[in-house]
Design a protein around this ligand. Structure first.
Ligand SMILES: [Zn+2]
Length: 331
């Protein structure tokens, strides 16, 4: 399941490829996943792609940006498509629009240049991302004016695409209750940021409302902090030396500071390596994320603690999720 670094990595890939393109035709192949009428987006240009927590936001505008490098300010857009990949969603942009046998020959060629200009894939990996498109899991197709296409595939159909007017931005229910972003991105558009800062005071205030909640479940609550899921919380708590089982009320002031620093460190590492490879994760340029090679405790059950404390990484189930930690040095 994609977390903040994975979704951000996909966003950056798509931002390089589809900004300024006009949606010539939109094909909705599944009304559960695609929750709007095709005609409501046809004729619009993609003016920007942003992200809030794990949700991608496509900004649509009825007129073309001045040049392909010139994007609209997000505030000037007229419509928004929210896209959540959930468990198994994937986005695949193909320059030659589904003529895949031709495309794949180029993708598999030795040139990185050809590979990155022909197909851009991100999200849950499956044979679909190198298969001929569309596949049986394709739920939507953006057909752009230059002949390229963006496919939204979703095997298990938990993902969605929803359409809103941009002026509704501050009231969109999927966005408005999300907690603050743990990392600051320079290009985050106004209107979608949380009113709260990601700081010690904020976390202590939230913790006082759910004093007995275990710190791991506290951190992964999207209404408290945006975008931190199972991999990055296990890593962050290891960096901070804090047991995932500690109740929020027992976390001391200095420990909250450590938790903040550790969450940022874990997410930044995820971004650096293109996201996790939990499910052989593949980013927007078809590169497999290598975060899995850099985790300290996540999926390291039974291995010696990397802190050389003499402990062994243990796996327990907490709130239904596999949880990895070192009982010897996380207390
Ligand atoms: Zn240890």
């Amino acid at each position: 399941m994609p977390e903040l670094p994975e979704v951000e990595t996909i966003r950056l890939g798509l931002q390089k490829t589809i900004i300024g393109k006009r949606i010539e035709k939109f094909e909705s192949l599944d009304s559960k996943v695609v929750q709007f009428a095709s005609k409501d987006v046809e004729g619009y240009f993609i003016s920007d792609i942003q992200r809030r927590a794990k949700i991608l936001i496509f900004y649509l505008n009825s007129s073309r940006p001045a040049s392909s490098n010139d994007k609209y300010s997000s505030n000037e857009s007229e419509k928004l498509v929210l896209c959540h990949l959930k468990m198994t969603g994937q986005l695949i942009w193909e320059e030659c629009g589904g003529e895949s046998e031709y495309c794949l020959r180029k993708i598999k060629g030795p040139s990185t240049e050809l590979r990155t200009t022909q197909r851009v894939a991100g999200g849950h990996p499956s044979p679909d991302w190198v298969a001929k498109l569309p596949t049986q899991h394709t739920r939507a197709i953006f057909n752009f004016d230059d002949g390229s296409k963006l496919f939204f595939n979703d095997l298990r159909r938990f993902g969605y695409m929803k359409l809103y007017d941009t002026k509704e931005l501050s009231n969109i229910k999927e966005l408005k209750n999300l907690g603050p972003e743990p990392l600051q991105f320079a290009d985050a558009p106004s209107g979608q940021a949380s009113a709260d800062a990601f700081d010690v005071e904020y976390l202590m205030r939230k913790a006082s409302k759910v004093p007995n909640r275990k710190i791991k479940q506290f951190i992964t609550d999207q209404e408290i902090i945006s975008g931190v899921g199972n991999i990055y919380v296990d890593e962050a708590l290891f960096y901070a030396g804090i047991s995932p089982l500690r109740p929020a009320k027992e976390i001391k002031l200095s420990e909250w500071t450590k938790i903040i620093e550790s969450i940022k460190k874990a997410l930044e590492l995820g971004l650096k390596y293109g996201g996790s490879s939990e499910d052989t994760y593949i980013d927007a340029f078809g590169n497999q994320g290598t975060m899995g090679d850099h985790t300290k405790v996540y999926r390291k059950t039974g291995q010696p603690c990397p802190n050389s404390c003499g402990g062994t990484i243990k796996r327990i189930t907490l709130g239904g999720r596999g949880t990895h930690y070192c009982p010897a040095c996380q207390s």
